[in-house]
Design a binder for this molecule. Sequence first.
Ligand code: SF4
Length: 248
Amino acid sequence: MTRVSALKVRVFGTCRLRFRYQYVDKLRARLRPADTAGSLVHRVLCDFFTKVPPAERSEETLVRLFEEGWAALSAGYHRIPGVEVHREASLRQLANFARCFDLSAKPLMAEPYFQEEVAPSVTLFGRLDRIDEEADGTLHVIDYKGGGRPEEIDSQQLLIYALLAERTLKREVSNVSFWYLDDGTKWTTDFGAGDGQRTLDAVLATVREMEGVTAFPPSIGGHCAGCPYLHACEVRDEIAARRRREGW
Ligand code: SF4
């Protein structure tokens, strides 16, 4: 049985060396402080929509949930050196959320975990940020993104999530969106007839490639700055030189 996620597909397409570290050698990842702060913001948004009644939802409530989570982070063994510098940025994200997005919304699901056998011996799995129900009964898959809206948008992750939601819930997905927490913008596209099958075909083609891969060359670029295996990467000296030269 091959287990595959949107992240695994992305890593395979981005850097084969990271793919080897993460999925073949199963090295321990080193989480960045920004990841810890980002996880807390996601948890706050999940709790906000699942535990707080609509009448009590406000920016102040978001901040209170964040402060409670932050206190637990700071006091507990989860604390990661350097996470403090992300506190203000996280609070700004939540303020943007309160200003730009509908706080009274009733998501159908927040942070659901799905896994589904999508082909013989291939299981697709993942945790989605949020699923809303449209007025016509179709589903809208939403992913919260730290950062602002980039110039080029790679929708692969959303398409895979939509496929997973359709297969698991046996319901039609009509829209997929990224919601950018740094600038409060959204990017939405249709998930139409045929998109599910096209996405499945692409995932299965990638799985076949993964199963036959024997070479794991590094791919150096801006993505290395966020790689949780940078500390162990065999080309990290070259990466450091490129970062100094190219300024990423
Ligand atoms: S640091 Fe860069 S080259 Fe090294 S494994 Fe990570 S993504 Fe690949």
